[in-house]
Write a protein that binds this ligand. Structure first.
Ligand SMILES: [Ca+2]
Ligand SMILES: [Ca+2]
Ligand SMILES: [Ca+2]
Length: 140
């Protein structure tokens, strides 16, 4: 929780729709999200670690703590009606009912993790992390 408080709102939100079709994310954005996910600081990120970060972030966006992010959550880093709010919803609202539930947000698409986990084994390992860092340095 303490670590997450240091994340700016835009970093928080980047996590969710990074590499969404409309917004091609840079490798350095993906790297930032994956590094933040490494809770035990072993240089690797499992899908479970990444999901744990998403859970923490969702709880910050869910201002009234009712397990759903919608327009009643002000004040929140997600301003209702803003472009970001619409993007967030478009990306994660699987059943299109206008509400993003905790389950949808945590289990929903995970473009950053999928991009980093090149061999799709559920872990961003040292080699995959190095590849990501190299791509970020090249500014891809
Ligand atoms: Ca780890
Ligand atoms: Ca809520
Ligand atoms: Ca992997």
């Amino acid at each position: 929780m303490i670590r997450t408080k240091r994340l700016g709102a835009s970093a928080l939100l980047t996590l969710f729709w990074i590499a969404a079709p409309a917004m091609a994310a840079s490798a350095s954005d993906v790297l930032r999200v994956i590094e933040k996910s490494d809770r035990n600081n072993d240089g690797k990120v499992t899908r479970a670690e990444h999901m744990a970060l998403r859970k923490t972030i969702f709880d910050r966006l869910d201002g009234n703590q009712d397990g759903r992010v919608d327009k009643r959550d002000a004040p929140s880093p997600l301003v209702p009606g803003s472009a970001r709010f619409h993007q967030f919803r478009a990306f994660l609202d699987s059943n299109s009912d206008g509400i993003v539930t905790r389950r949808e947000a945590i289990n929903g698409r995970s473009a950053a993790f999928d991009r980093a986990d090149r061999n799709r084994d559920g872990i961003v390992d040292n080699r995959e992390m190095a590849a990501l860092r190299a791509a970020a340095q090249r500014g891809v």
